[in-house]
Ligand binder design. Structure first.
Ligand SMILES: Cc1cn([C@H]2C[C@H](O)[C@@H](COP(=O)(O)OP(=O)(O)O[C@H]3O[C@@H](C)C(=O)[C@@H](O)[C@H]3O)O2)c(=O)[nH]c1=O
Length: 192
C-alpha cells in the first residue's frame, strides 16, 4: 500500500497494491496492522455502503458529533466519485478548508478522513457505489450536516447546482456560520 498526504495534512490518500495475473487481480484493500502503523491508530466499528443510481448525486456534507465522531476510510467499489473532506477542527490551520479527490472502482484509491471533518461526495457515473469503514457507530441523534454548496467553504463540485441530486435533508442543511457548536473539535467533545 502507498500513502500520500493531501493539502490538508491529516487527510491521506491510500493506494492499495494490486497483484495482477491471468485471472484478474488480488488486492489487500484493508490491513489493520499497516493502517495503524502508517495512517492512524483507529479501530473501525461499522462498514457502510450506498448506491447512487444517477450521476450528479451529491450526499453531504455530513459528520457526527462526539462521542460518535467518525473517522472514515472511503473507496468506490463501482463507478466514480468526487470525494470531499472539510476540516472542522477548531484551532486547525486548515479549519474550514476542503480537499477533494476522485475515487473510482478502477483507480482503487481510498481516502482516510479523520474524525473532526465533514464528508461528502458527488457521483460522476450512474450506479456508483461507495464503501466506507467508520470508527464509530451511526447515531441519528449525533448526525449533523453543512450545506453542500456553502460559499464560505467553496467546494468546487464537478456538478452544477441545477444538475445536483440531493436528499431533502441535504438541500436544507445549515451553513457553516449558522451553528457555532459544529466547528470546534474541542467544543464538540465538550458537548458530549
Ligand atoms: C449514515 C447511516 C444512515 N442510516 C439510515 C438513516 C436513513 O434512514 C438512511 C439514509 O441515511 P442518510 O440519508 O443520512 O444517508 P447518506 O446521505 O448516504 O449519509 C451518509 O453520507 C455520507 C456523505 C457520509 O459521510 C456518511 O457518514 C453518511 O452521513 O439510512 C443508517 O441506518 N445507518 C447509518 O450509518
Amino acid at each position: 500500500m502507498k500513502r500520500a498526504p493531501l493539502e490538508i495534512a491529516d487527510v491521506i490518500m491510500i493506494t492499495p497494491h494490486l497483484i495482477a495475473d491471468s485471472r484478474g487481480y488480488f488486492s489487500e484493500v484493508f490491513k489493520a496492522a499497516w493502517f495503524n502503523e502508517h495512517i492512524a491508530d483507529a479501530v473501525f466499528l461499522q462498514d457502510n455502503q450506498s448506491l447512487s443510481a444517477q450521476a450528479g448525486t451529491i450526499r453531504g456534507l455530513h459528520f457526527q458529533m462526539e462521542p460518535f465522531a467518525q473517522g472514515k476510510l472511503v473507496r468506490a467499489i463501482a463507478g466514480r466519485l468526487f470525494d470531499v473532506a472539510v476540516d472542522l477542527r477548531g484551532g486547525s490551520p486548515t479549519y474550514g478548508k476542503w480537499v477533494g479527490v476522485e475515487l473510482s472502482a478502477d483507480n482503487g484509491k481510498q481516502l482516510w478522513i479523520p474524525p473532526g471533518f465533514a464528508h461528502g461526495f458527488a457521483t460522476l457515473e450512474p450506479n456508483s457505489i461507495i464503501h466506507y469503514k467508520v470508527t464509530a457507530p451511526y447515531s441519528a441523534a449525533h448526525d449533523r450536516g453543512i450545506r453542500w454548496n456553502d460559499p464560505a467553504i467553496g467546494v468546487e463540485w464537478p456538478v452544477s447546482s441545477e444538475a445536483a441530486l440531493l436528499s431533502d435533508k441535504d438541500r436544507q442543511q445549515p451553513f457553516l456560520g449558522q451553528s457555532p457548536y459544529y466547528f470546534h473539535y474541542r467544543s464538540l467533545k465538550q458537548e458530549a
